[in-house]
Design a protein around this ligand. Structure first.
Ligand SMILES: Nc1ncnc2c1ncn2[C@@H]1O[C@H](COP(=O)(O)OP(=O)(O)OP(=O)(O)O)[C@@H](O)[C@H]1O
Ligand SMILES: [Mg+2]
Length: 384
């Protein structure tokens, strides 16, 4: 077992502050395992909506939930959006006789009903697969290759890991997606998913993707949203302040899990990864997710001016303006583009993340930082 103490701490703190905590994240990232640390599966307060008998009991949610005291866990909550208005009533009771930990594998945007019903009463904690901060530094390359899904990361061999991820993709398309009510044919989404793996780390060009798949641009947008709301894909928006410059205004897309990216690109071993044309994009995407996970910024963008400056990541963190560049180089140096971004965005600090082992300063406010040190968010954001 990999201990996930930072999540345990966050859930515990959330349950003290708020009558409802929602633990949301992609399929198979470890939600149920974490929830069982709070309440064993055999407890009468544990409801798994994937179990038909339990689902039947919750046909009458008010009757089933009202008498319960203490912590109540509802697993696979996205299967029953009708529950949320009931939870709202239960959360508003005087003296909070019960608190609720609800688990789901789709973002709250998917269920407007959930978001609206629970507004102001729910604390959302996003869970993902393992990240570098939860593992020894020596596991970083394995994490990059296999991705963070516990079963993919912990598999006995690279071949077993790849097989698990292939099965994950198939099950996701054939079963999970239908359960979430997207109404998209598995083969169509499968083709789309593979196609957009070629765009990992690039500016999203919806009409180009649609044309090459022979689908309508609207359909392409729906497919992208389905993958985004199930935590498979991240859309990074461009920073768009009015600087009188020709800014790029379309988002970039990234696979959130490097292991799934490798699966769709047919990369199964570190040798294959090192000789693959997508090596740079893969590393950059992995470093981006690790950074966002370590820092948990209030807002995140990229910055690009046509034919001029570029910055891979621009974050607002507690009122500070932090830039990050990802450079798969032995010894990154200060570039003109970095200096322009520094000025345009009035950065408080700029970190250049690279695969090396040495930390060094390039300027008063610019540091080169090894990827294995991104978990040190104070250093990454220039606070120390
Ligand atoms: N911290 C961990 N250490 C080792 N293995 C883990 C850990 N967390 C989860 N796993 C393993 O990963 C798999 C998925 O975990 P779990 O069922 O908790 O995920 P989930 O997010 O609830 O998945 P689903 O969305 O399919 O319900 C299980 O086989 C579980 O044993
Ligand atoms: Mg589960």
């Amino acid at each position: 077992m990999v201990e996930r103490s930072s999540y345990l701490r966050r859930i515990r703190a959330g349950l003290k502050r708020s009558p409802i905590v929602a633990l949301l994240g992609p399929r198979q990232c470890g939600k149920t395992t974490l929830a069982r640390e709070f309440l064993p599966a055999e407890s009468a307060n544990y409801f798994d909506l994937e179990d038909p008998a339990v689902a039947a009991v919750l046909e009458q949610p008010m009757t089933a939930l009202q008498p319960l005291r203490g912590l109540v866990v509802i697993d696979e909550a996205q299967r029953r959006p009708g529950l949320f208005p009931v939870l709202r009533v239960l959360a508003d009771r005087a003296g909070e006789p019960a608190t609720f930990l609800i688990l789901g594998s789709a973002s709250p945007d998917l269920s407007r009903q959930a978001a609206e019903s629970l507004a102001g009463r729910v604390e959302i904690i996003e869970l993902r697969g393992f990240d570098g901060g939860e593992l020894p530094a020596s596991d970083l390359t394995k994490l990059w290759l296999r991705g963070g899904f516990p079963r993919a990361f912990l598999a006995k061999s690279d071949a077993d890991s790849l097989q698990w991820r292939r099965d994950f993709v198939r099950t996701f398309l054939e079963r999970d997606l239908a359960g979430l009510g997207f109404g998209i044919a598995p083969t169509a989404l499968g083709r789309f998913w593979t196609m957009i793996s070629h765009y990992h780390g690039q500016i999203w060009n919806g009409s180009e993707v649609a044309a090459s798949l022979g689908i309508a641009p609207n359909t392409a947008r729906n497919h992208l949203e389905a993958l985004e709301q199930t935590y498979m894909v991240r859309r990074l928006q461009p920073w768009h302040a009015n600087l009188g410059k020709r800014l790029v205004k379309t988002p970039k897309i990234y696979f959130r899990d490097s292991g799934l990216f490798h699966t769709l690109q047919g990369i199964g071993t570190i040798g294959e990864l090192h000789t693959h044309p997508k090596l740079g994009a893969s590393w950059e995407g992995f470093a981006l997710e690790e950074t966002l996970q370590a820092v948990k910024p209030d807002q995140a963008y990229f910055y690009a001016v046509h034919n001029s400056a570029e910055l891979d990541l621009f974050m607002l963190v507690g009122g500070r303006r932090i830039g990050v560049e990802f450079k798969r180089e032995d010894a990154p140096r200060l570039t003109h583009s970095m200096q322009v971004a520094m000025q345009d965005l009035k950065l408080d600090h700029l970190s250049i993340i690279y695969p090396g082992t040495r930390r060094y300063a390039l300027h008063e406010k610019i540091n080169a930082l090894p990827l294995r040190d991104v978990t040190d968010s104070a250093r990454l954001t220039g606070k120390i």
